[in-house]
Design a protein around this ligand. Structure first.
Ligand code: 5GP
Ligand code: MG
Length: 457
């Protein structure tokens, strides 16, 4: 995963990018970076950690420029090292080039082999660096043709925000796997993974970058080029289920409303008789609301999340078991004791955190725990940028629902059906990528594809 943000034509471009990244923090917590161009110099600051940890007032001040691009990284390909912090920056033909990428290329193996044969040296282990090499090798007279050359060579999932000289660039792969939209803040143009970043800076949503569309923004305005058409769209359905922020609109529709609808549908498919339903906070909250409304079962919060946990904290020695879990979510015994509880979860990936949560509920004295999940079983790896690439890691890939129920320690378990999930979506089924549930991959995975993804983790 990852979050990208770019802005053109604002004297505080870097500061607004910082705020944009702040809003997009959920898309990647591993590292953050911002590059800004003032017409002469390319300035950049990057580091490992959260946006608030990487950037100080001082560091932002150094980022002079009227164009800026920022990136939040969640490592999918390329391991967690400082070399792999985006955006990637180079100078080519005396022009600064900055790349921020969300997604995964699928023909990485072929492109690496070819480029390395031709003498390319890679500085990072990120597939995103390939774009830079393709741009340099395009041998075209202008950057637009170079870009079209590069975009036509890469396959897979990408939402890109780039700087090339005095231009802000946005591009989305022909399938439209990852979200990307355009907004305006007075005269300035903005590109962002999600609209929550626009809300924070007080900008207005203009429209989505279309699948297969290249956008070039400069002092003359905005230019749109359709560089490629896929035979279908393949928007990532898991963005709606878990990944995007509920206050964002992605793929031109609000995420919160979709999640609530998933919960409603779930209640129709798997009715419950229980004292109340509760979410596993925070991600299960929206589906739980929908479930509660549809089933006319009261909604309670049986666990409270502590919002102040940093990423590092002092852990007591052996005294407190499961401390990490407890510090994040604390059950309310007086709400839970002797109750028959319906727990709503947005998704089960590995099953390990769910198991711990259920144990916590039992220790708090619940009588029965029934879990309902607002998506079907996740059974297939994602090659387009979601962080569950191996089958071994997905509990539903090798176990039956009964086995998962027993593993987690539940009295009953129900998953939303595929049809129910698709029916709850604001777009037609054929416009989504559902590969993680169905194994129907819009771009067929090859052995080379999984190899190149796994090798570079
Ligand atoms: P599990 O039960 O599989 O251990 O954890 C499921 C929980 O992880 C769910 O609450 C879900 O919201 C969350 N989740 C789903 N997908 C992802 C992901 O790609 N990364 C992370 N960090 N959490 C995820
Ligand atoms: Mg969750």
């Amino acid at each position: 995963m990852c979050g990208v943000f770019g802005i053109f034509g604002h004297k505080e471009a870097a500061k607004l990018t910082y705020l944009g990244l702040y809003a997009l923090q959920h898309r990647g917590e591993e590292s953050a970076g911002i590059a800004a161009f003032d017409g002469k110099r390319l300035n950049y600051q990057k580091g490992m950690g959260l946006v608030s940890e990487v950037f100080s007032e001082e560091r932002i001040k150094k980022l002079k420029g009227y164009i800026a691009v920022g990136h939040n990284r969640y490592s999918t390909t390329g391991s967690s090292i400082a070399e792999n912090i985006q955006p990637i920056l180079v100078n080519h033909k005396k022009t600064p080039v900055v790349v921020a990428h969300n997604g995964n290329f699928t023909n990485t193996y072929e492109l690496y082999s070819q480029l390395e044969k031709e003498g390319a040296i890679f500085h990072t282990t990120m597939d995103s660096e390939i774009i830079i090499h393709l741009l340099a090798r395009a041998q075209k007279d202008n950057f637009k043709d170079s870009l079209l050359y590069a975009l036509n060579k890469i396959e897979g999932a990408y939402s890109l925000a780039m700087i090339i000289g005095n231009n802000l660039i946005a591009a989305r792969d022909p399938w439209g796997f990852r979200p990307l939209c355009i907004g305006k803040l007075n005269d300035a143009y903005v590109v962002t993974s999600e609209t929550c970043a626009l809300d924070l800076i007080g900008g207005n949503y203009l429209r989505d970058v279309e699948p297969g569309e290249l956008i070039i923004i400069n002092s003359k305005g905005m230019e749109s080029i359709r560089f490629k058409t896929a035979y279908r769209k393949a928007m990532c359905i898991f963005e709606y289920i878990y990944f995007a922020r509920p206050d964002s609109n992605i793929f031109n529709y609000n995420v919160y409303l979709v999640r609530k609808q998933l919960g409603r549908q779930l209640a129709k498919e798997y009715p419950l008789i229980c004292d109340f339903v509760m979410p596993i906070p925070d991600s299960g909250s929206y589906a739980a609301l929908g479930f509660s409304e549809e089933a006319k079962i009261p909604y309670q919060l049986g666990m409270i999340r502590n919002h102040y946990i940093g990423r590092t904290f002092i852990q007591p020695s052996q005294l407190v078991r499961d401390f990490r879990v407890k510090v994040k979510l604390n059950p309310i015994k007086d709400v839970l004791k002797d109750k028959k509880v319906g727990v709503i979860e947005d998704s089960i990936v590995r099953g390990t955190t769910s198991k711990i949560r259920v144990k916590t509920l039992r220790e708090a004295g619940v009588k029965e725990v029934h879990m309902r999940v607002s998506c079907p079983p996740l059974r297939f790896p994602c090659f387009y940028g979601i962080d569950f690439p191996t089958k071994r890691e997905l509990i539903a890939a090798s176990r039956s629902i009964e086995e998962i129920k027993n593993f987690i320690g539940l009295d009953s378990l129900g998953y939303l059906s595929l049809e129910g999930m698709l029916k709850s979506m604001p777009h037609p089924p054929q416009d989504f990528c559902t590969a993680c549930f169905t194994g129907n991959y819009p771009i067929k995975p090859s052995k080379k594809m999984s190899k190149s993804i796994l090798e570079r983790r």
